[in-house]
Design a protein around this ligand. Structure first.
Ligand code: IDP
Ligand code: MG
Length: 139
């Protein structure tokens, strides 16, 4: 059953490039309620753990280095059909393939430094949300 929640990170490139506010505004304007949010930084170990499913991929080392390279915004978002609708709002992994008007089309640098994360399933949304937030940080 759909939980109507998803998890996102505004990634280091987007924060560094000054897009944090515009991305949060797009998320709110698209109808997502913010249930939890923090400005934080992943340690190398935490980035390794978060992306463990990609450990065998050739870009894993690069991904871990990038995701721990600077501050991020982590957030839990709520909306009907949250996971699927948020993936639509962010667009394809590679901004060159992302639909016009999506967050990645507007703000991502490339396939690796692609501005935002969005959970790919209800199950992962829950796991990823709990990875970043304690129960008393979720509203
Ligand atoms: P997703 O973020 O759209 O779900 P995934 O395939 O789950 O994409 O990959 C996780 C993250 O790994 C991507 O968002 C991107 O930052 C990075 N990544 C994916 N594919 C590549 C690649 O081919 N080169 C470099 N980085 C990549
Ligand atoms: Mg993914």
């Amino acid at each position: 059953m759909a939980t109507n929640r998803t998890f996102t990170m505004i990634k280091p490139d987007a924060v560094e490039n000054g897009h944090m506010g515009k991305i949060i505004d797009m998320i709110i304007q698209a109808g997502f309620d913010i249930k939890a949010m923090k400005y934080t930084r992943l340690s190398e170990d935490k980035a390794k753990e978060f992306y463990a499913v990609h450990a065998e991929r050739p870009f894993y080392g690069e991904l871990v280095e990038y995701m721990s390279s600077g501050p991020i915004v982590a957030a839990i978002l709520e909306k009907e059909n949250a996971v699927e609708d948020f993936r639509k709002l962010i667009g394809a992994t590679d901004p060159a393939e992302a639909a016009e008007g999506t967050i990645r089309a507007k703000y991502a640098e490339n396939k690796g430094r692609n501005a935002v994360h969005g959970s790919d399933s209800d199950e992962n949304a829950e796991i990823e949300g709990k990875f970043h937030f304690a129960a008393n940080e979720i509203f």
